[in-house]
Design a binder for this molecule. Structure first.
Ligand code: GKR
Ligand code: MG
Length: 446
């Protein structure tokens, strides 16, 4: 008897965040996600997590009639049917907005497809008694997946009047410092040491685009002095000009292992063109989650040789799509990596399963989870050992069993604080009235 999906639930949730700074401003006290829970006719449960915001919630809800009543074994067909329906929705949407805004809407379609695909894969893997990784690409390639420590400058929450969480974890140095201001190179090194102590990370990424590039490079040099063997990268989200990027990265080969989105579109040149020049002239490997985020962009990036590390986040490539990227990287002398936003443990497991199926060398996966550690929605907390999460071959599914009480509490938090789509500008305006996003000016260079 073939099991069918009896119920698909879409649950918007919120969790607590620190005042993390980036080019777009400051993270607000709460981050949001959409959780999808599917239950089949045998009572087997599958889960998935995708970015937050009402547009994604509504689009996920519009998929429910196309999912309920269908056998999980028709996963491919279900996802394809949802894709067609969503494309029609987007195409029919009223014209207007910029081309970039339109591209963003299409990205949200992929977010939605990930939200449909992942619980189906989880259920399928549970029935087949294999990890999800076994169903991706050529199957499971490794039992343990490496993550990096994602370091951020942190603003002073006490100056905002906003309800940022604090004093929530006194168990170690990382717990004590992660809600406190970090605005210097020393503070960044301190973060790295404390995070390494708790999670065992070997590699680090610094979110740039906050102070001047020169100041941020000082933090990178200080990190390298403290962690000479670490693979280190910086990501200013395209804030620097090409000339500035080259100037800042002169002499950084050997200190930076790769550089993520140093520059972007400039005058007559696209971001893929400036990144190609940067790659050739700096001698550094280039990573991105900004200019190589779908197959059309990927074709252009490969032709130009702009990107050596596509950060193929399953949330915007789908689980199977991001492993397809990993396979292509393996065959084309590129190396695969993953992008992240704030997330719960379900997303962490999604990334771990995808990375477990990535062939060959891969870059330590991005994760914001160290800022969220302790807020899991699963029955068991994820455990990092030596900077890695294990993906046991005898653990069927995604690796997370949902805790209904925790899920309900995260949903209540979302409702009580009237959360919605992320707005980093609002976070920054709470300390700098009138602050506005400028894609070419670091957030605190005003
Ligand atoms: O969490 O502030 C942040 C990051 O800046 C995030 O929004 C980016 O999407 O981590 C991401 C990145 O690598 O660009
Ligand atoms: Mg990035």
């Amino acid at each position: 008897m073939v099991q069918v999906i009896k119920r698909m639930e879409v649950i918007p949730v919120a969790g607590y965040d620190s005042m993390l700074l980036n080019l777009a401003g400051a993270h607000e006290p709460f981050f949001t996600r959409n959780i999808v829970v599917m239950t089949d006719s045998d009572g087997v449960i599958g889960v998935g997590e995708v970015p937050g915001g009402e547009v994604i919630t509504r689009r996920l809800e519009s998929c429910i009639p196309l999912v309920e009543g269908r056998p999980w074994s028709q996963c491919n067909d279900i996802v394809m049917t949802c894709a067609k329906m969503l494309s029609a929705q987007v195409t029919a949407a009223p014209a207007g907005g910029t081309e970039t805004a339109h591209a963003q809407i299409f990205k949200k379609v992929t977010n939605v497809l990930t939200g449909v695909e992942t619980p189906l894969l989880d259920i399928m893997a549970k029935h087949l008694e294999v990890p999800v990784a076994a169903l991706l690409g050529d199957g499971q390639q490794r039992d343990s997946v490496r993550f990096l420590g994602y370091l951020f400058y942190v603003g002073d929450r006490t100056k905002t009047g906003m309800p940022y969480i604090h004093d929530d974890d006194d168990s170690d140095e990382w717990g004590r410092i992660r809600r406190e201001p970090a605005l210097t190179a020393e503070a960044i090194v301190h973060q790295a040491k404390a995070a390494q102590e708790r999670f065992g990370f070997h590699d680090f990424k610094l979110k740039g685009g906050v102070f001047s590039g020169a100041e941020e490079m000082e933090a990178i040099r200080a990190l390298k002095r403290s962690f000479p063997d670490a693979r280190i990268t910086i990501d200013p989200n395209g804030a620097w000009s090409l000339a500035e990027s080259l100037e800042l990265c002169r002499d950084m080969v050997g200190t930076l292992t790769y550089c993520e989105d140093p520059c972007g579109a400039e005058g007559r040149f696209s971001g893929r063109e400036t990144m190609a020049e940067f790659h050739r002239l700096s001698g550094l490997a280039t990573a991105t989650n900004m200019i190589d985020t779908d197959w059309r962009e990927m074709k252009a990036a490969i032709r130009l040789d702009s990107v050596t590390i596509p950060l193929a986040d399953p949330h915007f490539w789908t689980m199977r799509g991001c492993v397809r990227v990993a396979q292509l990287c393996h065959d084309m002398d590129l190396t695969w990596g993953v992008h992240s936003n704030n997330h719960f443990d379900i997303s962490l497991h999604m990334v771990a399963q995808a990375a477990a199926a990535a062939p060959g060398f891969y870059n330590a996966c991005d994760t914001h989870y160290m800022w969220q550690d302790g807020q899991h929605l699963g029955q068991e907390p994820p455990v990092f050992r030596d900077g890695c999460l294990s993906v046991p071959r005898d653990a069927p599914g995604l690796g997370v069993e949902i805790d209904r009480a925790k899920l309900e509490a995260a949903h209540r938090l979302y409702v009580e604080h009237d959360c919605g789509t992320r707005d980093d500008a609002a976070g920054m305006q709470s300390i700098i009235p009138g602050w506005e996003y400028d894609p070419h000016r670091p957030a605190l260079v005003r």
